[in-house]
Design a protein around this ligand. Structure first.
Ligand code: 4AD
Ligand code: MG
Length: 432
């Protein structure tokens, strides 16, 4: 007899029916004559109860052969079960083994991070990575929904590029036929071209930085979403960023309750992520840090101790704006009221997660932009197409980049960025 093929996440719609599931052994145990199988299919985990006489003899014997991660099809009667989290349980009727798994390296015992990362292709099946990646997926969808519903056009930037966007020290270089190419550090420069073509545009893709540091906050490959808007100034940019963070985080909070429970994430602080966020200038930050006894000299860039100290003064993400122009990228517009400050803005996440957004208002004047290129030791020829944007109807414009893994780490409350990517890339990790 044929039974409907169902996924675990849909089982509650089939109470009282016999169905077929396809998946893997999560774990099993026996207690006297009754045997219990925790069965997973990627959409969820359900318990199947094996009782002699209810299940076929082949199925009952098959249970003994099941090892962790053995693949199988399972037929059973769906029953309501108020004790379990899923609300359903199966009375197993039959099982067919597809492949008996060899001794599986990941067990219930504690494993070290190196071992788990080396087995990341298998570790993805465990509850914790599964929950984190589901939250990441839901967050990515919320990001796209926000921009798509706000009149933005998706215009993706190239990954192979001829020049640097974010300084020359973290470039990955590759041969490109007769010349050199670099993996993109940010899609921004192309995003600016897209903003002049579409008014409001965003790109969302992988970006690369040869970070030689081994910190919890740096990957060599990470995803960035970068909106860019013609006619927006620095203030408009902050309004966009706070609306965007409020929408995406509140959506994930609503829709990922089960995943947050698996991670034991206390989400009360995330509930505070509602616009408006505090806006503090760099100069005010320097004063506040020194007032707290954290010695900091004007002109330097904030590191994670400073970012954490500032974040702790508030219960929401914080905008820091108007950094010293000298420490910021060539494309940032100096503040007309104080040219030693650049119209840049970072957004600092609470709970010590540091900078999740970097952005600002771009220099739209061709003469000023050329001066800044030279000051940064960059060649005009390398940016000739970018300079064209200032020749043909230049307008004020702004944008920002949000680091996906940084933000997912914060949302999930995890200590290290590497768990926010399915296959993280760091200085010492290229495999699997
Ligand atoms: O502040 P960044 O360098 O800004 C830019 O690249 C701009 N061009 C973006 C724009 O305005 N369109 O990087 C933006 C964000 C950071 O705030 C951080 O969240 C993330 O990208 N990020 C990293 N994430 C993981 N690993 C790294 N090595 C990262 N470097 C930056
Ligand atoms: Mg930055």
């Amino acid at each position: 007899m044929e039974f409907p093929v169902v996924r675990v996440c849909d089982l509650s719609k089939y109470i009282g029916q016999t169905v077929q599931l396809r998946g893997w052994v999560f774990s099993k145990r026996s207690s006297g004559k009754v045997k219990f199988l925790q069965f997973r299919d990627g959409s969820g985990i359900v318990q199947a109860v094996f009782v002699k006489g209810v299940v076929t003899d082949e199925g009952f014997d098959g249970f003994e052969k099941l090892t962790q991660e053995t693949s199988l099809t399972l037929t059973g009667l769906v029953k309501a079960d108020t004790r379990g989290k899923t609300g359903v349980e199966l009375d197993a009727k039959d099982l067919k083994i597809l492949q008996i798994a060899e001794d599986y390296p990941i067990g219930p015992k504690e494993h070290g991070p190196d071992f788990l990362l080396g087995n990341r292709h298998l570790w993805l099946r465990s509850r914790r990575p599964h929950a984190i990646l589901r939250i990441r997926h839901r967050f990515v969808k919320a990001i796209r929904d926000f921009f798509d519903n706000d009149g933005f056009t998706l215009v993706d930037s190239p990954i192979l590029t001829p020049s640097a966007c974010e300084g020359t020290t973290t470039l990955f270089e590759t041969e490109y036929f007769e010349e050199k190419a670099y993996l993109t550090q940010s899609g921004q420069l192309y995003g600016e071209a897209a903003a002049m073509a579409f008014g409001k545009a965003y790109c969302f893709g992988p970006t690369f930085r040869a970070e030689k540091s081994k910190t919890r906050r740096h990957l060599t490959e990470f995803w960035m979403v970068e909106p860019e808007v013609a006619f927006n100034d620095l203030d408009d940019n902050m309004v966009l960023a706070e609306r965007f963070l409020e929408y995406t985080i509140q959506t994930v909070l609503k829709e990922c309750q089960a995943e947050f429970a698996i991670l034991e994430r206390d989400t009360t602080k995330l509930q505070n992520v509602k616009a408006p966020f505090p806006r503090i200038s760099y100069d005010e930050c320097v004063e506040k840090l020194n007032a707290q006894g954290i010695k900091f000299e004007w002109g330097g860039d904030f590191g994670s101790p400073e970012e954490t100290a500032i974040a702790q003064m508030y219960d929401k993400p914080v905008f820091i704006h108007r950094f010293p122009a000298a420490i910021k990228a060539f494309y940032m517009k100096p503040d007309p009221k104080s040219p030693k400050h650049a119209l840049g803005v970072d957004c600092i996440a609470p709970e010590g997660y540091g900078e999740i957004i970097g952005g600002g208002q771009r220099e739209e004047d061709i003469v000023a932009l050329k001066e800044r290129l030279h000051a940064h030791g960059l060649k005009e020829e390398d940016f000739s197409w970018y300079l064209d944007l200032r020749k043909y109807g230049s307008v004020p414009h702004s944008g920002f980049g949000l680091g996906l893994e940084r933000t997912v780490s914060w949302i999930c409350g995890i200590d290290h960025l590497r768990e926010a990517a399915a296959f993280p890339r760091m200085m010492y990790r290229l495999r699997p």
